[in-house]
Design a protein around this ligand. Structure first.
Ligand SMILES: [Cu+2]
Length: 176
C-alpha cells in the first residue's frame, strides 16, 4: 500500500471483497446461438468458429435451406465451460425461418457420435441422457433454461429432424 493514498487503499480492499462475494454467488449464464443459413449473424458470436472460407462457394446459397447438409446448421456458445452448479442457458434462435431447440445431453465422451435413427433423422432420445431442454424456439425468439449441472461432459444439440446431422451439436463441459 506504500505510496497509495489512504482512501485508495480502502477502496482496493472493498473492491476485492465485493469481487470475491460476487464470484461465490455467481450463477453461470451461457449464451447459446442456434444458427442456420437463414440466420442473421449475431455479432457477439463472431469468432466462435464460424464457418470458414470455402464453406460458402458460389451458387451454394440457393440450395442451402434443405435439411441434412453437414455444417449448414450449428450451435454456438459464448463459453465452452462453466463451474458445476446452477447454469442458466440463454438460448436464441437466430434463424429467420426455421424452428430450433436445444437439448443438454450428458455424455461420457463428447467426441463420440450419439446414437442415430436414420429413419427419423434424429437422435433417439430414449437412448441418451437428456438433462434439460428448451423446445420449440421460434425464429428470432429466445428461451431461458435453468438447470443444475454436475461436473461432466455434455453435448448441446438440436434434435429436430435432420438438424443434428446438419451440424447442430457442440461440446460443453462442467468443471468442479
Ligand atoms: Cu435445429
Amino acid at each position: 500500500m506504500r505510496g497509495l493514498p489512504t482512501h485508495a487503499g480502502a477502496l482496493l480492499i472493498s473492491v476485492v471483497f465485493a469481487t470475491s462475494t460476487w464470484a461465490a454467488n455467481e450463477a453461470a449464464t451461457v449464451k447459446v446461438a442456434l444458427l442456420d443459413m437463414s440466420s442473421a449473424m449475431p455479432m457477439g458470436m463472431m469468432g466462435y468458429g464460424m464457418m470458414g472460407p470455402g464453406m460458402m462457394g458460389p451458387g451454394m446459397m440457393g440450395g442451402m435451406m434443405g435439411q441434412g447438409m453437414m455444417g449448414m446448421m450449428s450451435i454456438r456458445t459464448d463459453k465452452p465451460t462453466v463451474k458445476a452448479g446452477t447454469v442458466t442457458f440463454d438460448v436464441t434462435n437466430w434463424s429467420r425461418s426455421v424452428l430450433h431447440e436445444m437439448l443438454i445431453v450428458s455424455v461420457d465422451n463428447p467426441n463420440a457420435p450419439l446414437p442415430y435413427d436414420y429413419t427419423r433423422a434424429q437422435v433417439p432420445e430414449e437412448q441418451i441422457k437428456v438433462l434439460g431442454e428448451a423446445e420449440d424456439i421460434q425464429p428470432s425468439q429466445s428461451k431461458t433454461l435453468e438447470v443444475t449441472l454436475p461436473q461432466g461432459t455434455y453435448l448441446l444439440i438440436c434434435n429436430l429432424p435432420g438438424h443434428y446431422a446438419a451440424g447442430m451439436v457442440t461440446p460443453f463441459s462442467v468443471t468442479p
